[in-house]
Design a protein around this ligand. Structure first.
Ligand code: HEM
Length: 514
């Protein structure tokens, strides 16, 4: 990993930020009397010194409240299948069409400096710079989420972060949240399985998670879709032992791995797939398609390959291209629309809201976020306005001085909204069924032992009463899981507090949580 690519260039004349050439930017101007050796007085007229010191404490923007630690890259998307029968979205307008993409792959709970190889969901954020505006997919590397009601999102994340008193991640808090919000059991089964710690960001899946609408605004038709990206080089994971070691030896393991691969020209690629459902089938489908804790089994809706994604360029500057990037599920293009999943609906508010706070109200004007063509003169002025501000164009609606042409319609909302409003909080046996199917897969693939160990390694740090409730929750998935958990937790309790050093992973890797 090198950042010294420019060292052969000709020396640059250093200037003040206002452009005045500076004689020596490495030395302060000092007022020194003839008898004073080594000391002196700094001068208020030393603009270079003052600018240097004043800019430094203003270098940080707030880190993302979740998903703070990340790697990023530029990429290219190529359409490989004609799906103009289901969507007018222009990235799919013809086979071979290429679209520039910005990618950001993150962990969720840890801060900006936290280690990479922790057991956690990976965020999968993409921005397609299309001919009809930006299109963002803001997904994860697991196909389901912990909750289906957006009001629980801040609580979920606080329970995974630092305890308000001790300031360390806290297993009791983590498990207490999940014991009381058991719709997340399927996601927990995924997280504590093999896929909970990727070997590299080049070997993870990406999922849109929610159901979306792909359609044609011209004739009002649409299909429901789920979005999948699968790495062409396959999914690879770390064991807890490896992840704990790497978190100490090389906390930026994943960031470096991705950067180095791209720098060497070893570009990671993914195939994009869709699961496609007719709206009529959705109404009677076995699973509520607006519930982000559920998948659509592939046997019901097979994966249809539609494109190829290639990560092919490292950012020239991380802060400029990646830290200031703002992704949002609300950033959609004609032919793609939201479904009636209330989590998705709430997220469409939350991300632009976060970006206005984190980057500023004109965040869409920064090059990494800027769409190819923008004409939005009712949104102007504000800090950091750099887009020409629409000159003398009218800043009020329906002006007769400059007429506005209308664009394509949105994919319309249909009347059917599923069972989501009645369903968001109540937990029933239905919430355990897909977790049960996953357990059968773990038994078949012999991943069951690892799953029990990963789970109990973390849970054993929680208070005994919290452990008991978690065991009861997993026993509802399958009684065998409950029994095996009790046995493993008992073994761990005899090992004593030192088992933190044993290979049960992310606890050590991320101060006691994940
Ligand atoms: C980041 C809110 C659920 C994926 C964020 C951020 C917020 C947020 C406020 C920080 C954004 C920023 O500062 O730029 C929410 C809310 C959710 C929710 C309110 C539920 C109601 C989800 C789900 C997924 C997801 C279900 C995946 C399907 C991500 C990703 C990022 C992120 C990938 C990082 C984006 C980036 O790289 O900049 N979320 N989130 N979130 N969230 Fe969510």
């Amino acid at each position: 990993m090198t950042s010294l690519r420019n060292q052969d260039q000709a020396a640059a004349v250093y200037t003040l930020a206002e452009g005045r050439p500076v004689q020596d930017p490495t030395t302060s101007t000092v007022l020194r009397g003839p008898t004073v050796r080594g000391g002196g007085l700094a001068l208020l007229e030393d603009t270079q010194l003052i600018e240097t010191l004043a800019h430094f404490p203003r270098e940080r923007i707030p880190e993302r409240v979740v998903h703070a630690k990340a790697a990023g890259a530029w990429a290219e998307f190529e359409c490989t299948k004609d799906i103009t029968d289901i969507t007018s979205a222009n990235i799919f307008s013809e086979v071979g069409k290429k679209t520039k993409v910005l990618m950001r792959i993150s962990t969720v709970a840890g801060e900006k400096g936290s280690p990479d190889t922790v057991r956690d969901i990976r965020g999968w954020a993409m921005k397609f710079f299309t001919d009809e505006g930006n299109y963002d997919i803001v997904g994860n590397d697991l196909p389901v989420f912990f909750i289906r009601d957006p009001i629980k999102f801040p609580s979920l994340n606080r329970s995974h972060k630092r305890h308000p008193q001790t300031n360390v991640a806290d297993a009791s808090m983590f498990w207490d949240f999940h014991n009381s919000n058991q719709e997340g059991v399927h996601c927990l089964m995924q997280l504590f399985g093999q896929r909970g710690v990727p070997a590299s960001l080049r070997h993870i899946n990406g999922y849109g998670v929610h159901t979306f609408k792909f359609g044609n605004p011209e004739d009002g038709t649409f299909k429901y879709v789920k979005i999948h990206f699968k790495p062409d080089a396959g999914v690879e994971n770390l064991t807890d032992e490896e992840s704990v070691r790497l978190a100490g030896e090389e906390p930026d393991f994943h960031v470096k791995d991705l950067y180095n691969a791209i720098e060497k020209g070893d570009y990671p690629t993914w195939t994009m797939y869709l699961q496609i459902m007719d709206p009529k089938e959705a109404e009677n489908y076995r699973w509520n398609i607006f519930d982000a804790t559920k998948i659509w089994p592939h046997k019901d809706y097979p994966l249809v390959p539609v494109g190829k994604l290639t990560l092919n360029k490292n950012p020239d500057n991380y802060f400029q291209d990646i830290e200031q990037a703002a992704f949002s599920p609300s950033t959609m293009i004609p032919g793609i629309g939201p479904s009636a999943d209330i989590m998705l609906q709430a997220r469409m508010f939350s991300y632009p809201d976060a970006a206005r706070y984190r980057v500023g109200p004109n965040y869409q004007q920064i090059p990494c976020n800027k769409a190819k063509y923008v004409y939005s003169p009712y949104q102007r002025d504000g800090p950091g306005c750099i887009n020409g501000n629409y000159g003398s164009d009218p800043d009020y609606v329906r002006s007769s001085f400059r007429k506005i042409k209308s664009g394509p319609a949105d994919v319309a909302h249909d009347e059917w909204v599923g069972r989501v409003s009645a369903y968001s909080s109540e937990v029933t046996d239905e919430d355990f069924e897909q977790a049960r199917d996953l357990w059968k897969i773990y038994l078949d693939t012999k991943d069951d032992e690892n799953f029990i160990n990963n789970l109990c390694g973390h849970l054993s740090k929680a208070l005994p009463e919290v452990q008991k409730e978690a065991v009861k929750m997993f026993a509802k998935v399958d009684e065998e899981i409950g029994k095996r958990m009790e046995k493993r937790l008992d073994e761990l309790s005899h090992i004593g507090p030192d088992h933190v050093k044993a290979p049960y992973g992310f606890m050590a890797a991320y101060g006691g949580g994940y």
